[in-house]
Each structure stands twice: as C-alpha cells, then as structure tokens.
Design a binder for this molecule. Sequence first.
Ligand code: FES
Length: 267
Amino acid sequence: MSTATAPTKARAAIGERTLRKDNWRRYPIVTVVIFTAWLAYGLVRSLMGSDFWVAEYHYLTPFYSPCVNVECGEAALFGAFLPEATPFFIPFAVLSLPVLLLFRLSCYYYRKAYYRAYWASPPACAVGEPHQSYTGERRFPLISQNLHRYTWVAAFIVSVINTWDVVLAFHGKDGGVGVGLGTLILLINLILLWAYTISCHSCRHIVGGRLRNFSKHPVRYWAWVQVSKLNERHGQLALITLGTLVVTDLYIALLAHGTFSDPRIFN
Ligand code: FES
C-alpha cells in the first residue's frame, strides 16, 4: 500500500528570506542598469529629430523607421503624414516605436527580467518577495500581457520594413550598388532582429500550434523545429539586439553628424 501523503497547500515555514548563498542580487542589479540605460538612450535618440539619415548611402537608423514626419525628407520611404512642428514627445517613427516597445515589454524573456529587476517579484528563484499578495497575470493590468501574440504580428511587419531599409542601404556613392561598413552594420542588426522576432514563443505557436499531429503537416513541423532551435536562444537574442540597435543607431548618428566618414568596401 502506498504511504504517499496528499500534497499540502501550505509552504514550508522558513524564517530566512532565502537559503541561497550565491550572489543572486547580481542579475536584478545588472538588469536594472542595462534596461534603464537603454531606455534613456532610446528615448533621447528617438525624440531628437536629427542625425537619423545618411542621404549619400541611404542609411536610415532603425529608431526612425518608418519615418513618417514631413521633416524626414527623403528618409520618408513610405510617405509622411505627420506635420512639421509636432509636439516633441511624438517620435518621427510614431507608427513603429510604440508597437516595438509593447512587443518587447510583453516578451516572455523581458517579463521575467523586469519583474525580477524592477518589482522584485520575485527578485530571484527561491528568494522571498516583499509583496504581501500575488495575483499573477490574471488581472488588469498584467492580463494585457496576453496581447503579445498581436504585437508579434505588428513587429513582423516592422521587420519587413527594416528589411527594405537595408536593401536600400546597398547604395553607392556614385549611384548604383555600393557597400560600406554602415551597410554591414545595418545588415547584421537586421539578421539578429529577425532571429529575435522568429524565435518568439508566440511565433513558435503560430508555426506549429493547434495541430492534432505533425505527420500530416511536414512543412509546418520542419518550420516548428527550426523556430524551436532558435527559441532556445531567445533570451540571448533579446539582449544582443538591444546592443546591436544601439551600435547601429550610434554609428548612423555619428555618420550623419559628420563625425567621420563611412569606410567603403566598394562604391
Ligand atoms: S516571447 Fe519574446 S518576443 Fe515573443
């Protein structure tokens, strides 16, 4: 006869906040520093309204894509509808930036990171949190995190627009095709942005979910396997793309400002 006892709802009574001996505070502290610095940089750059376009090589920073303010000039690759002298808090890329911000804010990886770092909920595994109650993501406002799958669709469209930006960045000094260091930086950033977008958990479900069996859907199964492999690296890609976005934007900003010129591989 089994001697197993029924599970109890009560937690073990441990007086200590945690029994962990390692440096568990490092992850939330580093996260706060990186995310706060990135948000400050992104906010300043996206609201600056200058140094976002290098006309000679058709380089457009992702922070301004698509550029829809009439002040974008020829950088308005998809047309401009925002009038001049809009309030300072409306970015030139007003269509894409809010969507991308929501996309990352509701991303599973970022949720884990900022719940731990900013809300200490919990600050780390097996560490007690300071909050008295826990309602999870079942109520407003956190239930809205479920909109992530829809922000993924919007982010996918923005990635297609970013792809077109990079195609145009293969523009030579004397017209025709050309490649410079800026082209390569934009291209690497684009590849990593696609990898981040495709490795999303929602994408994995869109590709392989809601099927009774894979044997009748070999193409979707193959795609699901590929997305699943990328998905294992989703957290890393989330962090790496924060870095590549800043590097790409900073490079184009300095180039547009005339700080240096773009080393050309040809034309
Ligand atoms: S889970 Fe991170 S982008 Fe979807």
